[in-house]
Design a protein around this ligand. Structure first.
Ligand SMILES: [Zn+2]
Ligand SMILES: [Zn+2]
Length: 383
């Protein structure tokens, strides 16, 4: 098929999202066309819309957590066929760069370079406004739209028993959260964990800590509703960060500090909190995405106690291997995706979801783009 018109959410930056008709080119070699079923709204979408990650990718179609059905494949595509149900991997690995050869696929240099310019892997865009203005892709996915053209490496097959709305949320929030526990921190049975920030991703860190067999899982958040959700996901203790001294409270639960702390907010104060609540010799993991230019300060004397601070991108995961595992576990009911959904919307509701994320209000907003293929929304209690 040649180019077609689709509805998409255009972000021009520092202005509300606009739902408009845009042109989507046919997939080129190594690319696929996907009809989008559903998408999750993630804080990194808001960061890009607000200019916190630079302004060179505006105007852009955001959305990097989604799932759908393959409608067309470009030449040379062998991993999926037309009609397959797929979830998106927003770092399609080139499998040839230094990081990929070392199986650190989440750090693929080629994908990183093109993600930063907002193009597909050949350095060009498939998206244009009706007046011809080129639109940028967001991390190869751009799923706040009826359809997307993505690299074949961004597609991960979804088994029949997992609804596509669930598969959508597995692609970023679940992989990032559970992956950080599994790959970045390598939490062991019996260890203690603090999770600073329990929004869409933080809740999956809590879930990952439970799956890993952590003994104490301390959820920290300013929103009582998020703390309630954290309890459902396996938190053994909650600390209301709006009322209490978080560090003293965590230390009262685990004297001397926890074995692992995860920061899932992306602010200097909360990164510092994660540092302050770990025991000597432990490492705080920063999952939250901070705006460009933000710096963190920590007391350098404490390096004497062998404390560490480490980042985790996309769950530090081998996504082509681990995302199918997460999808299978969701199919078995062992990963609860429904409970992180605080709001359900359509494309027109994305701006309101951004507003909630700016305020730290609620957890995940699930955007249903094609309800005929998204699957039934079992288990979601809407706000
Ligand atoms: Zn995300
Ligand atoms: Zn690579």
């Amino acid at each position: 098929m040649s180019k077609q018109t689709i509805k998409a959410a255009i972000t021009r930056g520092n202005s509300p999202i606009e739902i408009a008709d845009v042109d989507l080119d046919a997939p080129k070699a190594g690319e696929i066309l996907v009809r989008i079923a559903a998408a999750g709204v993630c804080h990194s979408d808001v960061h890009l819309a607000d200019g916190n990650l630079g302004t060179t990718r505006w105007p852009i179609i955001l959305g990097h957590e989604g799932a759908g059905v393959v409608e067309e494949i470009g030449t040379g595509v062998t991993n999926v066929k037309v009609g397959d149900r797929v979830a998106f991997n927003f770092v399609p690995p080139c499998r040839q760069c230094k990081e990929c050869i070392a199986t650190r696929f989440n750090l693929c240099e080629v994908a990183g370079e093109h993600a930063y310019t907002g193009n597909l892997l050949d350095g060009t865009s498939r998206l244009h406004e009706k007046n011809g203005t080129e639109l940028r892709h967001f991390n190869f996915v751009s799923c706040f739209a009826e359809k997307a053209v993505v690299p074949a490496g961004s597609a991960v097959p979804v088994q029949a028993d997992v609804p596509l709305w669930q598969a959508a949320l597995l692609g970023c929030g679940v992989m990032t959260g559970i992956g950080a526990v599994r790959n970045a921190a390598k939490v062991q049975i019996g260890e203690t964990v603090a999770v600073i920030g329990c929004g869409g991703v933080g809740l999956q860190v809590v879930a990952g800590a439970r799956l890993a067999g952590a003994s104490k899982i301390i959820a920290v958040d300013m929103q009582p509703a998020n703390l309630e959700r954290a309890k459902k996901h396996g938190a053994t203790h909650v600390v209301d960060a709006s009322k209490k001294n978080v560090v003293a409270d965590v230390m009262a639960i685990v004297p001397g500090g926890v074995d692992h702390a995860f920061e899932v907010v992306g602010r200097p104060e909360t990164i510092r909190t994660a540092w302050d609540v770990i025991r000597a010799g432990a490492t705080a993991i920063v999952v939250g995405l901070a705006p460009r230019g933000v710096e963190v300060s920590i007391p350098a004397i404490e390096f004497l106690s062998e404390k560490g601070l480490k980042g985790s991108l996309y769950g530090s995961a081998n996504v082509p291997v681990e995302l199918p595992q997460m999808i299978a576990m969701a199919g078995e009911g062992r990963i609860n995706v429904a409970d992180v959904v605080s709001h359900v919307a359509d494309l027109n509701g994305i701006e309101a979801a951004f507003e909630r994320l700016r305020k730290g209000d609620g957890a995940r907003t699930l955007v249903i783009i094609d309800e005929k293929i998204a699957g039934s929304l079992v288990g979601i209690s809407r706000a």
